[in-house]
Design a protein around this ligand. Structure first.
Ligand code: URA
Length: 256
């Protein structure tokens, strides 16, 4: 949206009020014309394959997981909404130690409305458990896109962009201490890069002042057993950083 800004400083009050009214109507007009796409960051940078997540401060103030989940379940901002059985907003605790971010729901998640409940999810739960983490106690599990891409294909940049405000809002509401990206799509999206997961994994970097670690997606580990060892190294790096961030966790893990 763009306004030519007339100088209203020397105008009599009524004229200035009219200009303000016109501006307001323009604003409403833009909203009605562009609707969700404008609010929810329509993807326009087709030459840039990795969309940027909006910054949490630019998003609604009075927000809650309940409001967000209801919006996710209604959302039709991209074509994935048309073919889903259930949207998958995510699950876990408020103020988690770790926000785990996957790619998008698969068949079991689509059927149940819950994240990471298939084979990959069971492996993810075991990986988290190995370092004292779980969705019941100290994690929240979400995905980059909240509806299943057909045939488990990668989510498209415009689908990621349409869904990005939900993830940004989850970050703002949940206030995790750390982010764990499970797999390439989540890592590339948050780090805004097209670098491969082999290079992105294993080192703690930052996302909006939060420590972020990327590791292999559990589905990739199920396909290729040789990824188990580096994934375990990643989990140890996650545990070490969490022990620095949280004294209770460090005590429970015997790292105090
Ligand atoms: N894979 C993901 O990335 N997310 C899920 O929720 C399930 C499988």
């Amino acid at each position: 949206m763009h306004f030519d800004t007339p100088d209203t400083r020397n105008l009599p009050l009524k004229a200035e009020q009219k200009i303000r009214l016109v501006r307001f109507l323009e604003l409403i007009g833009d909203y009605l014309r562009d609707g969700h796409a404008q609010q929810h960051g329509a993807y326009t940078g087709m030459d840039d394959p990795v969309p940027v997540l909006p910054v949490a401060e630019t998003l609604p103030r009075a927000d809650s997981l309940e409001v967000l989940e209801a919006e996710v379940r209604e959302c039709q901002a991209c074509p994935l909404g048309r073919n889903r059985i259930k949207a998958v907003p995510g699950e876990g605790v408020l103020r988690p130690l770790v926000l785990v971010i996957g790619e998008g729901p698969g068949a079991e998640e689509d059927a149940s409305g819950r994240p990471f409940v298939g084979r990959a999810g069971q492996l993810l739960d075991r990986m988290l458990d190995a370092v004292g983490l779980s969705r019941e106690q100290n994690c929240f599990i979400a995905n980059v896109v909240k509806c299943r891409p057909p045939n488990n294909r990668d989510p498209q940049p415009e689908e990621i962009a349409a869904c990005a405000p939900f993830l940004a809002r989850q970050l703002a509401i949940l206030k995790p201490r750390m982010i764990l990206c499970a797999g390439r799509v989540a890592a590339q999206t948050l780090l805004h890069t097209s670098e491969g997961i082999g290079r992105l994994r294993g080192q703690v970097t930052e996302y909006q002042d939060l420590p972020l670690l990327a590791t292999y997606h559990p589905s990739a580990i199920l396909r290729d057993e040789s990824l188990k060892r580096p994934a375990w190294e990643d989990l140890k790096a996650l545990r070490a950083r969490l022990a620095v961030l949280d004294a209770g966790y460090a005590r429970d893990q015997g790292e105090a």
